[in-house]
Write a protein that binds this ligand. Structure first.
Ligand code: 1GP
Length: 252
């Protein structure tokens, strides 16, 4: 569990990380080149690769390009079992614990298990928690589930805690790609205080200030996709904001 151990070690030191979401259906060759430049300069910790709907040829090309041109881990963030790719480094094995769709809680996992067993991918079991954000997102539409209300941090915190009690190794608090609002800081803090495992937060984070406050609220890894697709130059500033953040409810 090399990558997961790295997340635990960073969490124990209070170090925050930046993951860039790469959706193969949305990115150009020029953008991938740019991402690799930032990764080589040390401004990205992880690539998360996946999307709600992807054609497999683009997935192949994207993973191979990133793998050959950047020195950082590629973690799959799959929208379906079709997105399991053996040349990535790890996979978020997502169980959609905010929803009540049995296929996304366990059904697809049974289909994926033999494929993952025969791969070299590091499998990181993840409680995936969708949060309502002001508009329907691909994640809620494609999963056919109802997200947790934006203003109910206690529901999110007990959902994440139940996931941890079930043995899931981390929580991904998700407003959905392109969300109008990022998850609230109150919700991030509630989940961070209820659990001891790494907390990933994404969806609708568009600037360094939002990344900073989400990290200060208790996120360990922030995931950014849409905003940097539009303006990759944001990456360096967001990276510095993330690295300078510190969970505010922990006494030093
Ligand atoms: C989606 O959390 C990610 O899973 C990224 O969201 O595209 O809104 O940055 P954005």
């Amino acid at each position: 569990m090399k990558y997961y151990q790295d997340w635990l070690s960073r969490k124990s030191k209070g170090e925050k990380s930046l993951a860039i979401l790469v959706d193969p259906d949305k990115v150009s060759a020029a953008y991938l080149n740019k991402l690799c430049t930032f990764a080589n300069e040390g401004f990205i910790d992880y690539f998360f690769v996946g999307g709600s709907l992807i054609t497999s040829s683009l997935m192949d090309n994207t993973i191979r390009f990133l793998k050959s041109n950047a020195p950082i881990p590629i973690i799959l963030f799959p929208g379906s079992t079709l997105q399991i790719h053996p040349e990535a480094d790890g996979i978020l094995f997502l169980s959609l614990i905010s929803g009540r769709n049995p296929e996304l809680l366990i059904g697809k996992h049974v289909e994926a298990a033999p494929i993952l067993q025969s791969s070299k991918l590091e499998v990181i079991s993840t409680g995936y928690v969708l949060v309502e954000n002001g508009k329907a997102t691909s994640a809620s539409y494609m999963s056919n589930t109802t997200p947790i209300p934006y203003d109910k941090p206690e529901i999110a915190s007990y959902t994440a805690l139940a996931g941890q009690m079930l043995g899931l190794k981390c929580t991904y608090l998700e407003a959905g790609s392109g969300a109008i609002n990022a998850v609230s800081c109150d919700m991030v803090t509630a989940v961070a205080q209820a659990t001891t495992t790494p907390l990933i937060v994404g969806g609708g984070i568009r600037d360094k200030e939002t990344a900073r406050v989400i990290c200060n609220a208790g996120a360990d890894i922030v995931v950014i996709g849409t905003s940097v697709e539009h303006n990759p130059e944001l990456i360096e500033d967001i990276f510095h904001a993330v690295k300078n953040a510190k969970t505010s409810f922990i006494e030093s």
